[in-house]
Design a protein around this ligand. Sequence first.
Ligand SMILES: [Zn+2]
Length: 598
Amino acid sequence: MASPSISRIQALTLLTLLLLVGAGGLCCARAAIAASDGKEAADVIVINAKVYTVNAARPWAEAVAIRGERILAAGSQQEVERHRSPQTRVINAQQHLVLPGFTDCHIHFLDGSLSLLQVKLDDAKTIEEIQQRVKTYALEHPDAPWVLGRGWQYTVFGAGGMPNRADLDAIVAERPVYLESFDGHSWWANSKALKLAGITRETPDPAGGKFVRDAATGEPTGAVKEDAADAVMRRAIPRPSREEIRQALLRGMQEANRAGLVRGISPGGVSVQGGDFTALDVYDELRREGKLSVRFYIGSRLEPPEASPAQIDRIEDARRHYHDEWLAAGAAKFFLDGVIESHTAAMLEPYSDDPTQNGKLWWDPDQYKRAVEELDRRGIQIYTHAIGDKAVRLALDAYEEAQGRNHSRDARPRIEHIESISAQDIPRFGRLGVIASFQPLHAYPDDDVTQQWIPHLGPERASRGWAFRSVEKTGGILAFGSDWPIVTLNPWPGVQNALTRQTTEGDPPGGFLPNERISLEDAIKAYTLNAAYAARREKEAGSVESGKLADLIIVNQDLFKIEPTEIGKTEVLLTMVGGKVVYESAEWKSGRTVSEAK
Ligand SMILES: [Zn+2]
């Protein structure tokens, strides 16, 4: 270890002096201890690192000095050593890659966190496997009034198949069981769940939803689609208690930190169980207790037919209450359409495999435009879920008109998902300053994409699927996220897919629309600096540079040296948020012990 460049006595003398000055009311609240050359002493220095800073002026550094929650310096080992004092804690990165902490720009954090406490079905391959997991969970949670789970795949039931309550009744009959599909568009109820929700053969299908029925008897089969889910849930499932929400969020933040996430941007809730906006006071309670280890920016979903004054007031109220580095609110989210797989995304032309359908806009275009204009006028940031090319165009039109009317600057409106787009609309992202919020794992070219998504659109439109590179090339800002719990919150498979657009088996060769692949630098930027920009935080976060928040991660492999197909396996060794280490992997802990013993 290098000898400290300032003696203990000198440091104490200085400290005393500063305290005296402070007591006289002349000093700032945070007295600074000087290290060598009169440099401010660091609480922590990260040395022996390969830091990719995402700061264009100085992309690489060897070390980082941190004081309090901010970065003092990022530069050469020598520059950073000047901030070392005897009290400085040293983190030896052992030549590992250091990056700014990642932001997930589209995450339903409470929904995801609650799902961590439920039956996990993502990787279940057969009905028997699902039954086994539900049974085990029910036995292990005898007091849970409902057995809830999520993640089942349609392929489990064979081609075009849907689940049936009988398979659940066979294992849990006395308690209600209710399981959400991986994509959040279908549910699977047992008979008890249907009974508690009052669903019988006489129950009509609600607008926008469906209870699948037995062709012979007309009895509901237990498969529940789209908005019919609300009919079951609202009536019957008890809302999670405040304590359950707290526990879920704490668990969720651990998972997020483990994956390298330091910030989540939530477009609000997807579930009727609540969603992030309705849990803002719980987030705030955790913030006041110092228990947040992820920073949050939380939006509120607006419901058609119009943005009512009450809805807008709620958002403005939230913005007034929550606007610091840990918890911010005050964005509005619109849902303009559905998804391509079920022909519900709004398309300019009919679907290729079913010319009778072209999806439907969920908002009346004029009402939507009026709402956008009003929110924009009040400086509220706007997110719009738009998957079909017709919905994407409407969102761009609305943003453009609002800008023109309000002369608004720096409004940073976003469009979420953008799965298909008309060629003429691609350059509008750059021109209008609209943020393109993509979730790179949604472009993962599995059967869902190749067997459904592509045939539904036809080859011409499918050639502009998830057009990362085309939007970027024309000046659009990419902001990446996961859409957890729809897919994993782990960003590394997302980074990989932005570069390869291939399955882990390497299909299709060369990648799905290889021209839309982007560089590693740009993928990292979309999860860091661009993400900070999307949250209006780029002056405070998103890169490793002096003055910014000390949110960084150390990862186990050098992404710049390995094959892109290996990136998905990246593991985070250490996550730091605001200068505080919030996660260390077991591997890292054992390695560090070894190096300290030397
Ligand atoms: Zn979403």
